[in-house]
Design a protein around this ligand. Sequence first.
Ligand code: NAD
Length: 262
Amino acid sequence: MISYDFTGKTVVVTGSARGIGRRCAERFLEAGANVALCGHSPRNIDDLLAELEPFTKGHNERVMYATCDVADAASIDAFFTAVVERFGAFDILVNNAGIWEATPVGSVTEEMWQRNIDTNLKSQLVACDWFARWHQENGGGQSIVNISSVSSVLTGENTPLYNLCKAATNSLTRTYAHGLGSLGINVNAVGPGTIATDINKAAYADPAAEAAMCDSLVMGRRGKTDDIANAVLFLASEESNYITGQVLFVDGGWLLQQAPKK
Ligand code: NAD
């Protein structure tokens, strides 16, 4: 594993109560960063600090947790304001929080639209824009990494809303890369394939479904949260500061395959 040094950097990872976001937060802590985690629900901070001890090695002052609903711009504003008050900086933003739900073609409702847009897309736009404004006023800043998906470039008759939100993430990434380059901030996205987390646990609960998916992938396995964290840390690090506006697919070869006709 590459060992990065994020000592002195302040990193925000949205949706870091579990899954990909949680693993990214752990890896940034291990690499010395100050990390602000957030989730829907309040957390007992002592319990969280105990869980994170293997990564902080007791440096609890580097951890912050906030309850934040990323679908709500005021909630993001309150969270980010608290981060800069606490750490005095905001170097890296990882826009990870997201939901996946079936919204089959022919049954999309306005309520589904609103929930998907607010959680998967508006959240990333509001967060990128807050970050942009803060750095326009205060200088500094290093990277934004938005979590996209292979779905951003695929169609899915069961998930038109998820797919369009993630496609828009790619566009948002390029646009903010353009807008923030003059400040020395690079903006990229990571597009996971299928990663074993709670978001898709039900879909792969049947071992036959898991085996069929693994068989269909060039690399023969589903991804791990570390596969995504590896890409996120690279794109957030100074090693990648001449890479901007890109979407790095971490998908075990999913996008190499021909799309089936149906
Ligand atoms: P997950 O369900 O384990 O984690 C998602 C996190 O986002 C959770 O902690 C959840 O609480 C949080 N979240 C959701 N809505 C929120 C809200 N309104 N406010 C605050 N937090 C909120 O799923 P994951 O697999 O870790 O997904 C992380 C990201 O990766 C998502 O953007 C998802 O779309 C993307 N992704 C995942 C996969 C995969 O196969 N797991 C594939 C492609 C993309």
